[in-house]
Every structure is written in C-alpha cells, then in structure tokens.
Design a protein around this ligand. Structure first.
Ligand code: GTP
Ligand code: MG
Length: 195
C-alpha cells in the first residue's frame, strides 16, 4: 500500500459529530499511552499527524483520519488510564459503546497491546467485547523495538494466551520507532479493505 494522502478530518465525542461518508473505517483501540497515535503516524509515514505524547490520555476523543481518499482510521481514546475521574470513565464507555454499536462503516479494529506486557484485564475485556460483536480484530503488539527480536515469540505467546488466540502468529509485532511491521500492517489493511 502506498500512502499518497493522509489528513486529519475531525474529532467527535458523540455520534452526531461523526463525519458523514460511506468509506470503510478501521478503528484503533488500546490502553492509554500504548502507542495508538504513533502507530498511525508510522503507518502513514508522517511525524505528527496524530498527536502523540508522554502524558497518558492525550487522545480524549475519536479522531478521524482520511487515508488515500479511500478509508478512515479512527484513533479511539485509550482505556485503562487510572487517573481519570469516574465521570470521564463512564463518558469513555459511552463513547465506545456508541461507536461500536452504531457505526456501520466499521470494518475492523486494530487492537494494540504493548509487546512487553501481558494484556491487562481491560485488554481482555475489549478483545472479548469485539469478538462477541463479531467485529474483526487484528492484534498488534507494538514497541517491539524494546525487545530483542529473538525474544519476540516468547512475549507474543503470553499475549496470545491471554487473549485466547489460537496461535501467536496471529499477532503482528510492530514498532513506530523502527518501522518493524509497517509493511505487514499495510498488507493487512489492504486485505481488510478488500473484503
Ligand atoms: P493516548 O492517546 O494517550 O491513549 O496514547 P497513545 O496510545 O496514542 O500513545 P502515543 O502514540 O501517544 O505514544 C505514547 C508514548 O509511547 C510516546 O512517548 C511514544 O513516543 C511512545 N511509543 C509509541 N510507540 C512506540 C514504539 O513503537 N516504540 C517505542 N520505543 N516507543 C513508542
Ligand atoms: Mg493517542
């Protein structure tokens, strides 16, 4: 996949604010600070189209990015950020529920986990939630640059087991730092869009 165009379109906190279009959407879900926005930037080869940072909870809304005039990435606000108030937390739940239950353009979710850590309870819940709804989900293990390549399998197996995936080969190792996995993700997205 050659990325010839990528632009930020809009942000939304409720469904009235979603952009109106008929193109497919691929959403990115994962813990706060796991590297969702960085994954998008690397994918489209732009430094900072999606805002990234060290402060967890940077992405508080659904951010829509239009790629190649063909599809959208939807950067979802991260979950599992302990320091948010109860109100913010329930707001977050409603935003997700609304999006996943009403968005007809949604084709698949890229669920991002940190290769170094066993998926959290929230990762597991999110994964189960998507599966129950029949939403195709691709698990990407990012920050792969933090671990020696020879150790990847060991870590991917832990993730596969926690998410009840039949095989760790289903998980795509990725790094927004080095570009590992970008080509494979381009290909996976092409396949999703072709379905
Ligand atoms: P929220 O929007 O807060 O939910 O965070 P996010 O999931 O969008 O994470 P973001 O992309 O902002 O990245 C969080 C931090 O992790 C930043 O400091 C990034 O530089 C760092 N980071 C992201 N991806 C990678 C990676 O592949 N490797 C390394 N080493 N660092 C990464
Ligand atoms: Mg973000």
């Amino acid at each position: 996949m050659i990325i010839h165009k990528a632009e930020y379109t809009t942000s939304a906190v409720n469904r009235n604010q979603y952009p109106e279009h008929s193109e497919p959407e691929i959403a990115l879900a994962g813990r706060s600070n796991v590297g969702k926005s960085s994954l998008i930037n690397k994918f489209i080869n732009r430094k900072n189209l999606a805002r990234t940072g060290n402060t967890p909870g940077k992405t508080r809304m659904l951010n829509f990015y239009h790629i190649n005039d063909a599809f959208y990435f939807v950067d979802l606000p991260g979950y599992g950020y302990a320091k948010v108030s109860k109100d913010v937390h329930s707001q977050w739940g409603k935003m997700m529920e609304d999006y996943f239950s009403t968005r007809e353009n949604l084709r698949a979710v890229i669920q991002i986990v940190d290769i170094r850590h066993k998926p959290s309870l929230e990762d597991q819940e999110m994964h189960g939630f998507l599966r129950i709804r029949g939403i195709p989900v691709l698990v990407v293990a990012t920050k792969a640059d933090k671990i020696a390549r020879g150790q990847w399998a060991k870590y991917l197996k832990v993730i596969a087991e926690a998410l009840e995936l039949p095989d760790w080969h289903f998980i795509l190792p990725y790094s927004a730092e080095t570009g590992t996995g970008v080509e494979e993700l381009h290909q996976a997205v092409e396949e999703i869009l072709a379905e």
